[in-house]
Design a protein around this ligand. Structure first.
Ligand code: ADP
Ligand code: MG
Length: 304
């Protein structure tokens, strides 16, 4: 991975790069988006996950054609103890698209994310994901005996890894904590390190599993703003798992609801200027999503 690529925000990209990063239409219209340089990733149950060469041609191991999707999943199934948890998921995510995956507790959100992250070898279906991807969990999962900077550079393999990591730490507002031990960080700071560790890899796809679920309300608000800013600059594809309807409305360009092992709703998010909690469109969408999640009107009122 090139260092300049790792740290080039969207606003600084050349026209040619911007062209490559533009979201592609869904696969029916995109036709042969995967032809040629992407392997057939259909696999039987238990077979190892295989990856896109790269969704950004001309970078990393990519080829030089039109951009592929960041995620292409067909008929994804996952069973636990003879019980279907995911039973036929179809999902495409375009480069740069921010998708929230909503669902009740136990609906299979984390299972889905783990499959896409390559952390679950037991799922079946067609599963194609961008090769350069990063995962952020609810707990930051920092290595306690390594300082913040080393946690960010871990396994990076760049010649100027330290310098690159410092620049990303600055972007998440933590340049002054580069030498700190993880145990001395607040929850919000630790998650900002986790975001820096993800971004420093210039991911084509970021998978986040309730990343702010353990933070206090004020810190969450700050993290939402930070994530939105970073994503609008770097434009990775994002799959953001949450059970929080408001978080999904606030952040996402597209909202997917998972229930009974299937996608029960897949709809566009709101324009950014109408995502405020008090906005009429946000209120209406909130009601729709709560209903989709199976909350009756009394429970909805309590949640308002
Ligand atoms: P969510 O993230 O939406 O809360 P999960 O994906 O964690 O839900 O879990 C979905 C269902 O799959 C739950 O019923 C959970 O108990 C079950 N499950 C998840 N992981 C395992 C596992 N490793 N072994 C057995 N059951 C599991
Ligand atoms: Mg979960």
């Amino acid at each position: 991975m090139r260092a300049d690529l790792a740290l080039k925000p969207a606003g600084h990209r050349t026209d040619r790069e911007a062209e490559r990063l533009r979201p592609v239409p869904p696969p029916a219209a995109a036709g042969g988006a995967f032809s040629g340089r992407v392997e057939d990733l259909s696999r039987p149950e238990g077979a190892p996950l295989r990856q896109f060469a790269s969704v950004f041609p001309g970078t990393a191991s990519g080829g030089g054609h039109a951009p592929a999707l960041a995620v292409h999943v067909r008929n994804l199934h996952r069973r636990f103890d003879g019980r279907d948890v995911l039973s036929g998921i179809d999902l495409d995510i375009a480069p740069g698209e921010f998708v929230a995956l909503l669902g009740r507790s136990g609906s299979g959100k984390s299972t889905c994310l783990r499959v896409l992250a390559g952390l679950d070898g037991e799922a079946s279906g067609t599963i194609r994901v961008a090769a350069r991807r990063a995962v952020v969990f609810q707990d930051a999962r920092l290595i306690p005996w390594k300082r913040v900077l080393e946690n960010v550079t871990l396994g990076l393999g760049l010649r100027n890894a330290g310098e690159t990591a410092l620049r990303v730490l600055k972007e998440v507002g933590l340049a002054d904590r580069a030498g700190a031990w993880p145990l001395t960080l607040s929850g919000g700071e630790a998650q900002r390190v986790a975001l820096a560790r993800a971004l420093v890899r210039a991911p084509e796809l970021i998978l986040l599993d309730e990343p702010f679920g353990a933070l206090d309300a004020l810190t969450r608000i700050r993290m939402h703003a930070l994530l939105r800013e970073l994503c609008s600059r770097y434009r990775p594809a994002v799959l953001f798992v949450t059970h929080d309807v408001d978080e999904a409305i606030l952040l996402a360009d597209r909202i997917i609801v998972l229930g009974e092992g299937r996608i029960t709703l897949d709809r566009p998010g709101l324009p950014p200027e109408t995502r405020d909690r008090g906005d009429a469109r946000a209120i209406a969408l909130r009601g729709q999503l709560l209903q989709e999640l199976g909350l009756d009107s009394a429970a909805q009122k309590a949640a308002m």
